[in-house]
Design a protein around this ligand. Structure first.
Ligand SMILES: [Zn+2]
Length: 335
């Protein structure tokens, strides 16, 4: 982990189209970045003196002279309040998790939190964009994990806060980009091999305030079940529940999405995307519905395991009796 003084310049047009199209992406010099302890794909924090910091994903390595040049598109620079080029600091330590919640809020900071019993692998609940980034999603994740208990669910979340002039969106790293190497707590459980994962998110789209979109790469049966339980839970409210159609940008079906990547088979994730009305008014109603889904799923799985153990015991017992009744060597009858 390290940092260096960086000159933040414009993305090259057209060869850095990715940076022009993605406000969360930047490029950096490979050697300078490696000396600070990061590689392509890592998240970094870029600080603009006196204004504040924002999170970026290094989507491209580009040798630069001087090697302190970092490039991003106009929207990328605007996340730090300017469309101009500026001097700043690139820091490969992205979270400030040593801060207590109140301090983080006051200083407009970004923290990572994990609750985990260090062994269970049934379920991990994620909220990468909690705090003021996508309000209430972190409360939903904690609620689900608390109700299921530490033996059945772990929770990983981030909280980012508003600074005077800067939007909390500057702490947003899209789920497809989130790199466990940049988040120590996430990194500590990433290879656990969770059977299931569920993530809570929020979106704002005019005309879709009341929508809940169920996505993720989990099989259709599970996603349909989640949607059915949610539909029942929000009956009588203005909310509507949809299963993400193929290609929906809110769908979370990409294998790179952290909710899928963190599961043992790479496609066990369910992503819950919610409009502001859903989160503002019904955050815990929705979370409780998710508790019901996974509680039933965990019960079914443990019943299945118990049945399997019983069958194995029975097969051993009857199998060994059958063996005992068979002569182990041909008898010498008649001789
Ligand atoms: Zn999100």
């Amino acid at each position: 982990m390290g940092s260096y003084e960086a000159s933040v310049g414009r993305a090259l047009d057209p060869e850095q189209k990715d940076l022009l199209d993605h406000e969360e992406h930047c490029s950096a010099d490979p050697e300078r970045l490696a000396a600070a302890g990061a590689e392509r794909g890592h998240q970094v924090r870029i600080q603009r003196g006196g204004i504040g910091s924002a999170l970026y994903t290094v989507s491209e390595l580009r040798p630069e002279t001087p090697d302190t040049v970092v490039r991003m598109g106009k929207e990328g620079r605007e996340r730090l309040g300017t469309s101009e080029e500026f001097e700043g600091v690139l820091d490969t330590r992205v979270t400030r998790s040593e801060l207590a919640e109140e301090e983080a809020r006051k200083s407009g900071e970004f923290v990572e939190r994990l609750q985990d019993n260090a062994s269970q692998r049934h379920l991990i609940v994620l909220a990468p964009h909690g705090g003021a980034i996508e309000p209430h999603t972190d409360e939903q994740a904690e609620h689900v994990a608390t109700r299921l208990g530490a033996k059945r669910a772990s929770v990983w979340l981030c909280r980012g806060y508003r600074a005077d002039s800067l939007s909390p969106r500057r702490w947003h790293a899209t789920s497809d980009d989130i790199d466990p190497r940049s988040f120590p707590a996430l990194g500590s459980v990433f290879d656990r091999g969770f059977v299931d994962a569920v993530s809570f998110h929020g979106f704002t789209r005019a005309g879709r305030e009341n929508e809940i979109v169920v996505g993720g790469a989990a099989d259709d049966r599970l996603r349909r079940h989640v949607a059915a339980v949610l539909t029942q839970a929000v009956a009588g409210t203005p909310l509507s529940v949809h299963i993400a159609p193929l290609g929906d940008p809110l769908g979370g079906t990409d294998g790179r999405n952290i909710v899928n990547r963190i599961t043992a088979n790479g496609r066990g994730g369910v992503q819950i995307e919610q409009g502001p009305a859903a989160r503002d008014e019904y955050a815990l109603v929705i979370a409780d519905a998710i508790v019901r889904v996974y509680r039933a799923r965990l019960r079914r799985r443990s019943a299945y395991r118990a049945l399997r153990r019983l069958l194995i015991r029975l097969m051993r017992r009857f199998g060994s009796r059958a063996d005992a009744s068979q002569p182990s060597t041909p008898t010498a009858a008649g001789q």
